[in-house]
Design a protein. Structure first.
Ligand SMILES: Cc1cc2nc3c(=O)[nH]c(=O)nc-3n(C[C@H](O)[C@H](O)[C@H](O)COP(=O)(O)OP(=O)(O)OC[C@H]3O[C@@H](n4cnc5c(N)ncnc54)[C@H](O)[C@@H]3O)c2cc1C
Length: 444
């Protein structure tokens, strides 16, 4: 089974507690015009791993991070009181994921993903009719089944094309699960890239995956609130411009999300080579999105950990974790163009639409229980510009091309360059380590 960042059939545990990200001291040290060894841009999983690997190789990396916190798209949000992972939550393919060992080394517990307390499917707020449920079940697994038999050797295709023979009734249902796993519409996903994604067991981090990632950064020279706006690169070194000045360095690892690079937030001089620009053109950002409500009072007889899936319209699939782990939270997951539209509409509109949806399923009194909302809209977040990278059909080579060193001193690394580990925290970490190993060979 492919990595699935939002399960529609299982429950996960996440206990509350103070966010390590919030507790992490901001260095506050300005990045004044100065010389440095190697600059790493971005303090997410890839940037932290790169900096750690460079340190282990005896180098002195400086990490410049645009946000006022560490962890990037791994973020345990405690703003509602009970904490939840607003970005990454699962340690996917745990058998080979470096985060299992990192957690162990830090003394942070991981746990097997637990089965939930039930699963209810709705269509436009009403329990889905048996006949429609049967049709849904028949569509399940069609992608993996086709990938086992189709010959992608001659040419790549989109997942929508892969499912084309299912017909206009079944194909959208079969594809709809991708909105919750890849966060993208099936017509924009390369079947070859999808096929190579690693699969395996999932673990969760009860104290928060975001908190774990932030904890792994302890001791590194990370400068927060330092958005990088320009990089000059050449055979003799790089000069990086961020909010408080310029840093000249031997080399640079850029770990900002592909969406940020594509938006032109960092000006490269000279411009990036054609091969890198082509690679970027073949990768875009999906839009898996969560919305969390703090709820108080009546639980309407719903057992903690029950899943409610609104599946009336295949393009607007929303899965809800009801009171996960007994917490006073309801967390909704959705993706693709619906998530893009809601993100652009803003928090109030998203709250209205999603609470309406829940009120239809649970009953009108549900509205009274909603006390606060958290809407981490990664799609409109200037430092993410989406949830994670997706290769367009015909562009499955783009990840490897993007990882190629540029002029010997500049490297792009992150989940987007992680091959079969793409889209995940574990992949970002492996990509960060690999980039660092390349730059560590530069003469100091
Ligand atoms: C809703 C959601 C659910 C997910 N679920 C899972 C999951 O269950 N399991 C899983 O493994 N993965 C999951 N992911 C994906 C995972 O979060 C990412 O793949 C991973 O965190 C990416 O790490 P990274 O270091 O490549 O990028 P990031 O974490 O994005 O780090 C890049 C850093 O660069 C910073 N930055 C951006 N622009 C600038 C700039 N101009 N100057 C300086 N710094 C800048 C950013 O602020 C950020 O901190 C999920 C993602 C989302 C959004």
């Amino acid at each position: 089974m492919k990595p699935r960042h939002a399960r529609i059939d299982r429950r996960k545990l996440l206990s509350g507690g103070m966010s390590m990200a919030a507790a992490f001291a901001v260095t506050g040290r300005p990045a004044a015009a100065s010389d440095a060894d190697i600059v790493v841009i971005g303090a997410g999983a890839a940037g932290i791993a790169a900096a750690r690997t460079l340190r282990e190789a005896g180098r002195k990396p400086i990490v410049l991070e645009a946000r006022r916190r560490i962890g990037g798209r791994a973020f345990t949000d405690a703003s509602l009181g009970p904490a939840y992972d607003a970005g990454a939550m699962f340690i996917h393919w745990a058998e080979r994921n470096p985060w299992v060992q990192i957690a162990r080394d830090l003394g942070i517990a991981t746990a097997a993903e637990s089965w939930g307390s039930g699963f209810k499917v709705f269509a436009e707020g009403r329990p889905m009719a048996d006949e429609d449920r049967r049709r849904r079940r028949a569509a399940f697994g069609q992608i993996d089944r086709r990938l086992e038999t189709v010959d992608l050797g001659q040419r790549d295709m989109s997942i929508a094309e892969l499912l084309g023979d299912l017909g206009p009734d079944q194909a959208p249902i079969a594809a709809s699960g991708l909105l919750l796993s890849i966060g993208e519409e099936s017509s924009r996903i390369s079947a070859r890239d999808y096929q190579r994604l690693w699969a395996g067991d999932d673990l969760v981090v009860p104290s928060g995956y975001g908190n774990l990632v932030a904890a792994s950064a302890t001791g590194l020279d990370i400068r927060l609130d330092e958005p990088v706006s320009a990089i000059r690169w050449g055979s003799r070194g790089v000069t990086v411009t961020s909010r408080s000045g310029e840093i000249r360095a031997q080399g640079c690892i850029v770990t900002v999300p592909v969406g940020v690079l594509k938006a032109g937030a960092i000006r490269f001089t000279p411009e990036l080579p054609a091969a890198t620009r082509d690679a970027l053109a073949g990768i875009h950002m999906g839009a898996l999105t969560k919305i969390a409500f703090r709820v108080e009072g009546d639980r309407f007889g719903i057992a903690p950990g029950t899943s409610f899936l609104e599946a009336g319209a295949p393009g607007r699939l929303v899965n809800f974790d009801m009171f996960p782990d007994g917490r006073d939270l309801v967390i909704g997951y959705f993706g693709g163009d619906y998530a893009r539209k809601l993100s652009e509409a803003g928090t109030e509109e998203a709250r209205t639409q999603i609470v309406d949806m829940l009120a239809q399923m649970v009953g009108g009194d549900f509205r009274k229980t909603v006390k606060a909302v958290s809407f981490p809209a990664w799609w409109t977040d200037p430092f993410a510009r989406g949830s994670y990278s997706v290769c367009a059909p015909g562009h499955e080579g783009a990840r490897a091309a993007l990882a190629q060193p540029i002029g010997g001193r500049l490297l792009i690394a992150g989940e987007a360059t992680a091959g079969g580990g793409a889209m995940t925290v574990g992949g970002a970490t492996l990509a960060g380590r690999a980039a660092a190993a390349t730059l560590a060979r530069l003469k100091a």
